[in-house]
Design a protein around this ligand. Structure first.
Ligand SMILES: Nc1ncnc2c1ncn2[C@@H]1O[C@H](COP(=O)(O)OP(=O)(O)OP(=O)(O)O)[C@@H](O)[C@H]1O
Length: 270
């Protein structure tokens, strides 16, 4: 994976605690029958942060992502994005506001090429855009979409396989293609659901640097669900820990790692 170096900033990045709050989750709860998959979860994510979400299997991490991106309506609670309530909006509206995601169970168009997957994502941002994408946009717009798709494939190291069907890609490559597709929607917040799953050791090793570079290059705020603990601890500015749907700790990785509740619930079991 390659990402060209961002231009050096004229202003030093302020510490996370002084940056603007981008996302405010307040008392988010989701019940499935008698099961409370996400239980009264509140946290803030600040501009430019890489924010990790960890917890044992079934802790509620993917459900929380689904609540945040409109896939699943919450039973109660709200998510505010730059002061605007997002909960209740359809997924394409949430994506249109600038929140884009990848999926734990990869959701590429497997019968389309890598290039087509990324091109379509650029049209998916709004319904109007999709309509235009399917039924015709100007030649110049199409060229722009094509150029951008190639650049994104290049970024994730897949431009030499642009014409291959997504179905033929390894899991690791499909995850990288999903990241390119998510970036094609021009997000401000990128939510990655287990991006290292299916990647080999070398790919996992590269992922930390790659996510940081993408964050810097596209001025993103990143939320990441990840089981690979060393990756989370190296990569994230802050980490939130879910256990049985409840948020049991939020803080810097080193701090969270020492929290007895976390050790008992999760890290102790590693
Ligand atoms: N649509 C659904 N209907 C019923 N139960 C659900 C549904 N989605 C999730 N659950 C349940 O909610 C709980 C949380 O699941 P979730 O997938 O969010 O956990 P997770 O932390 O992402 O787990 P993993 O690390 O294994 O991916 C689990 O007990 C799961 O079985």
């Amino acid at each position: 994976m390659t990402a060209s170096q961002p231009a050096p900033s004229m202003h030093p990045t302020p510490p996370a605690t002084e940056r603007a709050v981008v996302l405010e989750a307040r008392n988010m709860t989701r019940r499935f029958g008698g099961l409370v998959a996400v239980n009264d979860v509140s946290f803030d994510v600040r501009e430019g942060e890489i924010f990790g979400l960890i917890g044992p299997n079934g802790a509620g991490k993917t459900t929380l992502f689904n609540l945040m991106t409109g896939l699943t309506p919450p039973s109660s609670g709200t998510l505010t994005y730059r002061g605007r309530t997002v909960t209740g909006l359809a997924p394409y509206r949430v994506a249109g506001l600038g929140l884009s995601r990848t999926f734990q169970n990869i959701r590429l168009f497997k019968g389309l090429s890598a290039l087509e997957n990324v091109k379509i994502a650029q049209h998916i941002r709004t319904r109007a855009g999709l309509w235009q994408g399917v039924f015709g946009s100007s030649r110049q717009e199409e060229l722009q979409v094509e150029r951008r798709a190639w650049a994104l494939l290049d970024l994730v190291g897949l431009s030499d396989r642009a014409g291959e069907l997504a179905a033929n890609f390894s899991y690791g490559d499909q995850r990288r293609l999903e990241i390119a597709r998510a970036l094609a929607t021009e997000p401000q917040v990128l939510l990655l659901d287990e991006p290292a799953a299916g990647m080999n050791t070398a790919e996992k090793g590269q992922l930390t640097g790659f996510i940081r570079q993408v964050r810097d290059q596209f001025d993103l705020t990143v939320l990441i669900i990840e089981h690979h603990v060393p990756l989370v601890m190296n990569l994230c500015d802050r980490v939130a820990v879910l256990n049985f749907g409840q948020l049991i700790a939020v803080g810097e990785p080193a701090h969270v790692q020492r929290d007895p509740k976390v050790i008992e619930a999760y890290l102790g079991g590693e």
